[in-house]
Structures are given as structure tokens and as C-alpha cells.
Write a protein that binds this ligand. Structure first.
Ligand code: GLN
Length: 534
């Protein structure tokens, strides 16, 4: 079959949910057995999102192959359950650095290097490369930013070139906003018209328009968009705000999006089966009773910074027909003995200490772990959260008062680094490019809590860390009931720790949240939630 491409662009403003449109498109196609994946092209100049602050850019999502990507890749994987590859996340920075490195090597033989054709050519190559290497029927490509952005221009040019090269095998979806004017009580189409006009100025005629709105869009208005933007009326699809993003593939399919898309792309005999989505969404809607889970992170109130952790916790809640309410625990306030913050903590049914870097709020996190351990409150530690659990235990049970992690002891004041640099990574202490990244196998000890949870001895989970448990302390910990229940296959790297006597005090050096799916919650999160119900 001739390979097909679907591009998703956005207009009017950012945060319209282009990523969800791309994800839903891929999910719908996948439901008909199409071999599909999603790629994100981001106009920013960072080489990858690994160095970007979660404050600005949300979480860094990690792939099996160790790629550090934008949170949209998380949406893609959650919607499609496909393991994506580093090539699925491309930024201007990555493209420019490759082209410039080639220039230094003399590849261009004295030629003048230009945005068109060299940058655009390299971008186009990356699009084709992913489709080829993953052997796809269809590649969905989301272009970051908004039409009209200076930085996004070369990306739009790539879309134009792709349409030219692939003809009917390349379609474009444009996501726009219909703003609501309260005074006149109406939705406006002009910004959409202008956005499409801008697209057409760049030589791109959209095949579908997705209209985002916070209220129901009258049919007449969709027809108006079709008329002014020169798109078939049936290809203007309402994308009204819904309670759960997982309803969106079903909503799109109500407008026959899958069939229309198949027709446009000449994909024959596709039968879309969204039963799994329907059942999943029905289950989500059943969850009425609330359960409060504390999240003791660093970027408080910033959902995007912990998107996968929140999604994994919620999905596990739904499994038990519970709606999870996230309570943000500010560990700096815990440290300062803030009464209200402690009250918040005590109201939580369970606590998650997620991943993180740097020493801010660390002492408060250790207090949170101590509180959970002493009061038999369920504690799930993720990466940094597992290191915190070890430090707390060392200080308060093993009586090693100055126990800490090498990460928080830059001046080397403590001799007791119960958490230290991964030995193999020593000597390359500068930040960037030194982390243990991606999927690694872990062997689980039989007879432990996690063995019960996973039901097997060999698992694979995704990692993103520089530090690890210091094996010199292993025996002392285990003697006092802090069990190492999972390690790397050679037994050298500690991957999972637990306190068997506790209701649920389990922590992992990896990030299980990246493998949790909306309708297939991760067993660790599921077991954690289960223990908070009793
Ligand atoms: N900062 C810790 C480390 O590098 C934990 C990393 C994380 O939580 N992702 O090991």
C-alpha cells in the first residue's frame, strides 16, 4: 500500500488540543487495524525537551528507546498504545544542529545553506524516515505552534512540499477556535477564516477543519466555516469541550471522521471498532465517589508538569470506580511546619512522591515519607520518590542522621550518600546527556509485594535518572525490613524497594507512569489505589 501522511496544524491560538486531535485520529485509524504512529514537529530551538523546565513546557516524556520528548508524545502513546521512537519527536534545534554539523564536515561542498531547501529538506527526510523505519501505513504528523508563527514557517513549507510530493496520500487537518462572545451570545468564525487564509497564503488548503469551542456549535456555523474556508461541509468537525479527553475519538467518529478520512486517503475496507473506547468512557463516567491522593512534587498546581503521573493515578482510580482528586502537597511548607499544609497531607488517602531534580523541598519530602511510614499511609515513590524513601529510612530507622543523596550534597558535607551517582556514569557529572534513560529490564524477587503486583519476575520499565541506591548500605537496610525487591538483571542496580510490614510503602527507580494507559491502568498504581480504599 502506498504510504499516507496526515498533518495536523493549529490556528488562532495555542493550547487548542492539536495533540488530542492527532492522537484521536491515530486511535480511530488504529481501531480499524491501520499501522499508524504519530510524530511531533516542534518549532523551538532546543535540541530536545530534555533540558526544558517543566514550568514552561510540562513534563518530559520518556520513550522506550530513551528519547526525552514533549508531553504530547505521552498523549500519543496513551491514545494509541504504540511504543514510539525518538524520531517521532523532532525540533528545529535538532534539525539545525544536524544540518550545521554536516556543513562543518563539508557535506555541502561550498554551497550556500538555506532554510529552503536545506532545513525543510532535512525535516521532510525525518518525516519519511519515521514512516519508513516503523513500516507504517499512515503517519500522523503534528506541527507545533500556530500558523503565522515566524518559527513555524519552514514546517508549513514542509507540509506544502509533502502535499505536492504525495498528492492524495497527504491530507491536512487544521484545528482552530470559535471564540464565544458573551455580549452577543454567539460563536465567531472570523478568526478561523483568517487562520485558513494564512494557511492558503502558504500554499496549503486544509482537507478538514476541527472547530474548538466551549459551547455547542450550531450546524449553520459549521456550514459557514465550510463555505468561507472552501472545505466540504462534512469535513468541518466540531470539537466541543468535553469532560474527558478520552471521549474525543468517539465524538469525532460520530461525525464519521474515520470514514471521511479513509475516503480522502483511499484507504479501503476499513471497519472502525471503537468498542474499547466506548466501554472505557462508560467506566470513567461511573466513577462518582472521590478519593484524595496527595502529590508531593516540586511544581505545585502545574498539572502539565506531572501529566503522566496524574493520568496514571486517575486511571487506577477509575479501575475501582473512584474519581481521584489530586491534592498538591507543597513540601517546602511541610518543611516550615505550616499547619494548613500538614492538615492537607493528613487528609490524603495516599501519597505519591514523583520524580524530580535538585534539592528544593527535599527535606519536606523526607518528612512526608516519615509521616507515611509511621502512620501506615500508602506511599508510592517514583524515581526521586524512591530515593527519598531510602534517605528517610536511613535517617530515622538506621539512625544514620546525615544520610542523603550525592545530588543534594554538592559540597560533600556528608559521608553517608545512601543514594549516589550511578557508578558507570561517574566522571561525566555535567548535566545533559549523562542520564540512564529509557526502558531497562528489572528482575523481581519472588515472594515480595511487587511480585504479587506484577505477577512475574521480569519486567521492563522506563528510566530517567543519574543517581541510584548505594549498594554499600544494602545489608543494613534489609536487616531492618527495607526490602530490595527488584534489581537490574545483574543484581547491581536497585530498581524497587518496599517495606513489607507497611500497608503500601513501595517505591521504584523507574517511571511506571509512562506505561500506564487510560483503560489499562498500571498494576503498581492500581495496587496503590486499592490499598487506599481499605
Ligand atoms: N534526581 C534524581 C536522579 O537523577 C531522580 C530523577 C527522577 O526523579 N527522574 O537520579
Amino acid at each position: 500500500m502506498q504510504r499516507k501522511f496526515i498533518f495536523v496544524t493549529g490556528g488562532v491560538c495555542s493550547s487548542l488540543g492539536k495533540g488530542i486531535v492527532a492522537s484521536s485520529t491515530a486511535a480511530i485509524l488504529k481501531s480499524a487495524g491501520v499501522k499508524v504512529a504519530i510524530q511531533k514537529l516542534d518549532p523551538y530551538l532546543n535540541v530536545d525537551p530534555g533540558t526544558m523546565s517543566p514550568f514552561q513546557h510540562g513534563e518530559v516524556f520518556v520513550l522506550d528507546d530513551g528519547g526525552e520528548t514533549d508531553l504530547d508524545l505521552g498523549h500519543y502513546e496513551r491514545f494509541t498504545n504504540i511504543s514510539l521512537t525518538s524520531g517521532c519527536s523532532i525540533s528545529s534545534g535538532k534539525i539545525y544542529s544536524e544540518v550545521l554539523a554536516e556543513e562543518r564536515e563539508g557535506k555541502y561542498l561550498g554551497g550556500t545553506i538555506q532554510v529552503v531547501p536545506h532545513i525543510t529538506g532535512k525535516l521532510l527526510e525525518k518525516v519519511e524516515e519515521v514512516a519508513e523505519s516503523m513500516d507504517l501505513d499512515v503517519l500522523v504528523v503534528e506541527i507545533g505552534g500556530t500558523v503565522g508563527d515566524i518559527e513555524a514557517e519552514p514546517f508549513m513549507e514542509v507540509l506544502r512540499q509533502m502535499k505536492n510530493k504525495y498528492g492524495k496520500n497527504c491530507v491536512s487537518l487544521h484545528t482552530t477556535l470559535l471564540p464565544y462572545l458573551a455580549a452577543s451570545k454567539e460563536l465567531k468564525t472570523k478568526p478561523t477564516q483568517l487562520s485558513v487564509r494564512e494557511l492558503r497564503r502558504l500554499g496549503i488548503h486544509p482537507d478538514f477543519i476541527f472547530c474548538r469551542a466551549d459551547v455547542r456549535i450550531p450546524k449553520k456555523l459549521l456550514e459557514k466555516v465550510a463555505y468561507f474556508c472552501d472545505v466540504n461541509p462534512e469535513c468541518v468537525i466540531p470539537a466541543e469541550t468535553v469532560k474527558s479527553i478520552y471521549e474525543i475519538p468517539l465524538k469525532f467518529q460520530k461525525h464519521n471522521f474515520g470514514d471521511l478520512l479513509a475516503k480522502k486517503l483511499n484507504l479501503e475496507n476499513l471497519v472502525f471498532d471503537l468498542d474499547e473506547w466506548k466501554n472505557g468512557v462508560d467506566k470513567l463516567k461511573k466513577a462518582k465517589e472521590e478519593i484524595v491522593i496527595g502529590l508531593a512534587g516540586k511544581y505545585n498546581e502545574l498539572d502539565d508538569a506531572y501529566l503522566s503521573v496524574i493520568e496514571a493515578t486517575k486511571s487506577a482510580g477509575f479501575y475501582y470506580d473512584r474519581k481521584v482528586k489530586i491534592e498538591w502537597i507543597d513540601t517546602e511548607k511541610i518543611e516550615e511546619n505550616d499547619v494548613e499544609e500538614w492538615e492537607k497531607l493528613k487528609n490524603c488517602a495516599g501519597i505519591v512522591v514523583p520524580g524530580g531534580f535538585g534539592s528544593r523541598g527535599i527535606e519536606g519530602k523526607i518528612l512526608v515519607a516519615e509521616y507515611c511510614r509511621k502512620n501506615n499511609v500508602s506511599y508510592l515513590g517514583l524515581c526521586l520518590g524512591s530515593q527519598i524513601m531510602a534517605i528517610e529510612f536511613a535517617r530515622n530507622v538506621l539512625n544514620i542522621k546525615n544520610a542523603t543523596s550525592e545530588e543534594f550534597d554538592e559540597e560533600g558535607l556528608s559521608k553517608n550518600h545512601v543514594i549516589h551517582f550511578i557508578p558507570g556514569q561517574r566522571g561525566i557529572r555535567k548535566k545533559g546527556g549523562t542520564m540512564r534513560l529509557g526502558a531497562y529490564p528489572c528482575v523481581i524477587k519472588e515472594g515480595t509485594r511487587v511480585y504479587e503486583i506484577y505477577g512475574k519476575t521480569e519486567i521492563s520499565e522506563r528510566h530517567r535518572h543519574r543517581y541510584e541506591f548505594n549498594n554499600e548500605y544494602r545489608e543494613r537496610f534489609e536487616k531492618k525490613g527495607f526490602i530490595i525487591s527488584g534489581t537490574s538483571p545483574d543484581g547491581k542496580l536497585v530498581e524497587i524497594v518496599e517495606i513489607p510490614k507497611h500497608k503500601f510503602m513501595v517505591a521504584v527507580q523507574f517511571h511506571p507512569e509512562f506505561l500506564s494507559r487510560p483503560f489499562h491502568s498500571h498494576p503498581l498504581f492500581r495496587n496503590f489505589i486499592k490499598t487506599t480504599l481499605s
